[in-house]
Design a protein around this ligand. Structure first.
Ligand SMILES: *[C@@H]1O[C@H](CO)[C@@H](O)[C@H](O)[C@H]1NC(C)=O
Ligand SMILES: *[C@@H]1O[C@H](CO)[C@@H](O)[C@H](O)[C@H]1NC(C)=O
Ligand SMILES: *[C@@H]1O[C@H](CO)[C@@H](O)[C@H](O)[C@H]1NC(C)=O
Length: 530
């Protein structure tokens, strides 16, 4: 197999949290000798260039190509090219329309290449790439999914069995996921799929269709973690499916070069955090972070703070609400000097914004992770063997909680029941009172025999996850199998067309440009970037 001649084109969604994972995938594929090109827009290229450069320095054949973003054609200001730059609903609407329009520059780029790539891998939220592949004649097209296999299968089966239709608009009506490998109960509010919002039906159909017609699916998970869900999903869709993760388990926090330029800039120096952690006993510290999007209401922040204080345990809290919420600011630092920060100063470290998460999770003093259960954070908790206190807020996060607590048994529930938007107004955003926070923290951090067993399971899972990514491990084998499959498919399809190394045909650009996202809800756009 001449994998050195294979060329992969990767098309991430232009949203924070979706590009770096593609760079990670690029590293993995390139480390098998293939050539990889990541396609994005100028602003996103600039933001993520450090990560790509680090792959290049590691001797990998990874390139970054910039396509113009069609935003200005739709009235978006020049330079607005990432989901996190959108400020209102109207902008989101245009933003998704512009993303769908990227089909034109992508097709032009491909037609101008001296040789067509063997395979295009697109984020599941970029279904518009399917038409480009068909029109230009890319031999293989794969879809990369960002959430867990558990979530994908649950949503698939709920749709296939008509459960969503049956409950209609009733978001709270309880149901059990039919024909599912484990017992899973919930409601529409906690089992909502991406693009499952009124107004984006067409986009939803595009996503489903592009997946159903792909040559295969890639998942950021491992068979050790989610084997039964991966296999069931592959069978339900009748697609080849490879579990090639968790890709973070192959990057150590000590690999400073590879970690450079990942995610948001931390608000504190990693050295400060490490020194603080070095002074604490092993597995004594609770790390608290709600990810990049979810904001807790001030009342809930207060309950959480009081519960943490009462728990008496050391903690690091990445509290981004401290930057934007006046009530939270007042809670932390009161005029008379008796504020929360002062009261817990001997054991609580507040980070107002981003904390260096991997540094914290990989430190021996860290013994628990209060997390919003984004798939990113969930995998990082697993890969570092840290048990989780689960506090989901929307989209697939309730499924990650179920997987952590019910299936893998390395988590304790905080008691959050529904997404913030489903909380009745009179609760003022509070779902977990301080007493319940205190109880849950005690159960996670101590919990006697049960707690010790949970900790041991978490360590075992981390070991397995690392092994999966190593030579001969399950995820590594899946990756190699994917590359072999693409190589064969490319050879076969090129023979059929008899155009293996000639320039791509320049047929008319079909109707690609007319695919418009007509009515997009801001919520839907938000829900894709968990
Ligand atoms: C539902 O999930 C099961 C696995 O638990 C799978 O075998 C089945 O095909 C799925 N059902 C449908 C209708 O796709
Ligand atoms: C997920 O992790 C990647 C890599 O660590 C990071 O760049 C990205 O910002 C994270 N996404 C979210 C939504 O937190
Ligand atoms: C998989 O998840 C990890 C952990 O959050 C993240 O760092 C990585 O970028 C993801 N990789 C892919 C290919 O999605």
């Amino acid at each position: 197999m001449a994998s050195s001649e294979l060329h992969f084109l990767l098309v991430p969604l232009v949203a924070q949290g979706h590009i770096i994972p593609m760079v990670d995938l690029a590293r993995l594929i390139a480390s098998r000798g293939a050539r990889v090109t990541i396609v994005t827009t100028p602003v996103n290229a600039a933001r993520n260039r450090a990560a790509v450069d680090s792959a290049k320095r590691a001797g990998l054949d990874v390139g970054l190509v910039e396509l113009p973003f069609p935003g200005p054609q739709l009235g978006l200001p020049e330079g607005m090219e990432n989901a996190d730059q959108m400020v209102d609903r109207g902008m989101y609407l245009k933003f998704f329309e512009a993303i769908w329009k990227m089909a034109e520059p992508l097709e032009q780029y491909l037609r101008a290449l001296p040789r067509r790539p063997d395979c295009l891998i697109a984020d599941a939220c970029n279904p518009w790439t399917a038409g480009v592949c068909a029109s230009v004649g890319i031999p293989a097209r794969l879809v990369l999914h960002c959430p867990s296999a558990y979530f994908l299968l649950a949503v698939h089966n709920l749709s296939a069995h008509g459960v969503y239709d049956r409950v209609g608009d009733d978001e709270m009506e309880p149901f059990e996921v039919p024909d599912f490998p484990v017992r899973a109960v919930g409601n529409k509010a906690t089992f909502r799929g991406f693009f499952q919002w009124p107004g984006v039906e067409k986009e939803h159909r595009d996503v489903l269709h592009a997946e159903a017609t792909a040559d295969g699916l890639l998942l950021n998970t491992s068979r050790g973690l989610e084997g039964v869900f991966v296999d069931a999903y592959a069978a339900a869709l009748g697609r080849k499916t490879w579990a090639v993760g968790p890709t973070c388990a192959s990057l150590g926090a000590d690999d400073a070069d590879a970690m450079a330029g990942r995610g948001n800039r931390a608000e504190v120096d990693a050295g400060v955090i490490t020194a603080w952690l070095d002074a604490r006993p092993p597995e004594s510290v609770l790390y608290i972070s709600f990810g990049s999007i979810a904001q807790l209401p001030a009342k809930q922040v207060t309950e959480l703070a009081l519960g943490l204080e009462a728990s008496g345990r050391p903690f690091i809290w990445a509290i981004k609400e401290a930057k934007s919420d006046a009530a939270v600011k007042a809670l932390l630092n009161s005029e008379d000097g008796g504020g929360f920060e002062e009261r817990v100063r001997d054991r609580g470290l507040l980070v107002r914004g981003w904390a260096p998460q991997v540094t914290i999770l990989s430190h021996r003093a860290t013994g628990g992770f209060l997390t919003h259960c984004g798939w990113n954070a969930t995998l990082e908790a697993i890969a570092h063997g840290v048990p989780a206190l689960t506090w989901p807020s929307f989209a697939d996060q309730f499924c990650s909680e179920r997987l952590l607590v019910d299936v893998l048994r390395v988590g304790v529930r905080s008691g959050v029941k529904v997404p913030a938007m489903n909380v009745p107004e009179e609760a003022q955003g509070v779902q977990v009172a301080s007493g319940d926070v205190e109880k849950a923290v005690a159960e996670l951090m101590d919990g006697g025999e049960e707690g010790a067993a949970r900790r041991a399971r978490a360590k075992e899972l981390a070991k397995e996850a690392r092994k999966a990514m190593e030579e001969g491990g399950a995820s590594c084998s899946d990756l190699e199998d994917m590359i072999r499959y693409v190589s064969e498919l490319s050879r076969k399809r090129s023979h059929e067309r008899g155009t293996s190394s000639t320039p791509v045909p320049s047929a008319a650009a079909a109707e690609l440009g007319s695919k418009k996202g007509e009515k997009i809800e801001a919520d839907a756009a938000l829900s894709v970037q968990s």
